[in-house]
Design a protein around this ligand. Structure first.
Ligand SMILES: NC(=O)c1ccc[n+]([C@@H]2O[C@H](COP(=O)([O-])OP(=O)(O)OC[C@H]3O[C@@H](n4cnc5c(N)ncnc54)[C@H](O)[C@@H]3O)[C@@H](O)[C@H]2O)c1
Length: 347
């Protein structure tokens, strides 16, 4: 049995607690310490029998960890990640890699200069439906992809927004949620060259939009659309419909992504493939089939991959550079929301 990779958890809030749980299940890793100043984090560390630190710098200096997970508010990612990198400690930083391009670049440059792996927590890339769709697309199953529609609409409870950073620029549904969808589409379809978007704060009234729509031009000519909201009582988002989210109820039926190619189309996470019975003609009936998938928990797969990277057996599936590219698209969406490029309709 390989030596366990000792992982320190920096930030034990909503997702940090999930990582603590999965560290107890995944192979090749163990939770070694927690850094988070709250009494709740101290109790969690006691319950799990690991050392607790109020200051993450002390955890990084403790010699107790081979890797850390940075699960702090977005604005704190760059300082914590670069501190770990400076000590040669491998980092899994939650998405977004940072809340600004400047901070994202700071991480990217530090990681590459020091040759210390930094992985970005876009766990959907380890999910079974995304993996099966990726293989199908690479085999040419869709032909040339022409169009992508992403739905990312759900109802977050009001208490979720008692945590201030989620209401402010640097938080919000684009950097917290839509960036996952953007990352999946970059992975499945290709890189994105330009975006335009429109947003509304009509329901929650925060400085970040609660609802919006965005349009993406991919480098290969495909066009994507995204509809997103954290104020809509809706199942149409990947976390809920896939059943692979960390803290959600059993999945309702439905899909979140619709990818159309010249030969066939696919809906995810159900992995339903739609294709004409013969030829490619809109009047020929369409038949459906469902692709097979493995049964994998993406958060556990992500931790097992982290351990493989620490052992030097794998390169990061989502490197700092790759995470930075997804951040750049999300920042462009936020920029477009702020500048409202819309053409006013004559009244
Ligand atoms: N991949 C996913 O599925 C997923 C899901 C949710 C959140 N996230 C990301 O994870 C990050 C955390 O989100 P969250 O919703 O868990 O936030 P949260 O606010 O619930 O938790 C953040 C934690 O950081 C702690 N903290 C603050 N300052 C600290 C410091 N100086 N040292 C140590 N700990 C400190 C807080 O006490 C809190 O417990 C964000 O970047 C978010 O985008 C990812």
């Amino acid at each position: 049995m390989d030596k366990q990779t000792r992982v320190g958890l920096i930030g034990a809030g909503l997702i940090g607690k999930e990582h603590a749980k999965y560290l107890g299940i995944a192979s090749g890793v163990e939770l070694a310490a927690i850094a988070d100043p709250t009494p709740a984090a101290q109790s969690l560390a006691e319950e799990l029998g690991v050392p607790h630190f109020s200051d993450y710098e002390a955890l990084l200096d403790s010699g107790l960890v081979d890797a850390v997970i940075v699960a702090l508010p977005n604005v704190m990612h760059a300082d914590a990640t670069t501190s770990a990198v400076a000590r040669g400690i491998v980092v899994l930083v939650e998405k977004p890699i940072a809340d600004s391009l400047e901070d994202g670049r700071r991480i990217l440059e530090a990681a590459e200069a020091a040759s210390v792996p930094v992985l970005v927590g876009h766990q959907r890339r380890y999910a079974p439906d995304i993996a099966a769709a990726k293989a199908f697309i690479e085999e040419g199953g869709l032909g040339t992809i022409v169009s992508v529609a992403m739905l990312s609409t759900w109802r977050k409870p009001d208490e979720y927004f008692e945590v201030e950073w989620r209401r402010r620029v640097g938080g919000g549904p684009v950097l917290i949620n839509l960036i996952h969808d953007i990352d999946v589409m970059r992975y499945l379809v290709g890189d994105i060259d330009s975006v335009t978007a429109m947003g509304s704060s009509a329901i929650r009234g925060f400085e970040v939009a609660d609802t919006g729509g965005a349009l993406f031009r991919f480098s290969n000519g495909a066009i994507g659309t995204a509809s997103f909201s954290d104020a809509a009582a809706s199942p149409w988002n990947w976390d809920l419909t896939s059943g692979s989210g960390a803290y959600f109820p059993p999945p309702p039926p439905g899909d979140a992504y619709f990818i159309s190619g010249t030969k066939a189309s696919i809906a995810l996470p159900s992995l339903t493939v739609y294709e004409h019975e013969e030829g490619n003609h809109w009047q020929v009936p369409i038949r459906t089939r469902t692709l097979e998938r493995r049964d994998t928990n993406p958060y556990i797969a992500q931790l097992e991959h982290l351990a493989a990277v620490v052992r030097g057996e794998a390169e990061p599936v989502i490197s700092a550079r790759d995470g930075f590219r997804s951040l750049a698209v999300a920042v462009a969406v936020d920029q477009s929301l702020a500048t409202s490029p819309a053409v006013k309709v004559e009244k």
